[in-house]
Design a protein around this ligand. Sequence first.
Ligand SMILES: Cc1cc2nc3c(=O)[nH]c(=O)nc-3n(C[C@H](O)[C@H](O)[C@H](O)COP(=O)(O)O)c2cc1C
Length: 175
Amino acid sequence: MLYDRLKSRRSIRKFQNKEVEKEKMDVILKSALLSPSSRSIRPWQFIAVTDTELIRQLSLCKDHGSQFLAGAPFAIIVIADQESSDVWIEDASIAAAIIQLTAQDLDLGSCWIQIRERFHSKQVTAEEYIREVLGIPEQYSVECMIAVGYPGEEKKPYEEDLLPYQKLHFNKFQV
Ligand SMILES: Cc1cc2nc3c(=O)[nH]c(=O)nc-3n(C[C@H](O)[C@H](O)[C@H](O)COP(=O)(O)O)c2cc1C
């Protein structure tokens, strides 16, 4: 059941030194293309990166929170055409989440790396840096990168008893 998979879903930042099979990469990428989007505009595009040197360069896009990508065999960069939809952020986020859940369903680990609103240096945004590394045209915004690979770390699943139930409201907002 998906709910059981969700309880054990954790961000994985350490990966085994093992390639992700092409069949699994294809399933993940096709899943991304199945993502729902507002008015079905599908403003997103996905860049699948397996080149070790490119992954190393991408891992340097921010001063923290992205370095671990250097140890991942596979990265998916989620970009979207801002002009084509006013809700491209929502659309791209949903696709990124679907990428992560599909990866988990294939016994892979993954972690989101935030790019939008993040900086490479004082002068250069993380987005500009990535655009340069991957040759992404100006019209596309870079939302995030998803690191994917076979897990090289074990993380405890979430415990149902400890969920933040106070965030749930029924019928009306309860103070
Ligand atoms: C929008 C978003 C941005 C995130 N950005 C980063 C990031 O830049 N680097 C990173 O290592 N983890 C990032 N994460 C992963 C979170 O740190 C992680 O989901 C959170 O700590 C909860 O841990 P869990 O995923 O294991 O449940 C991000 C997650 C989300 C949803």
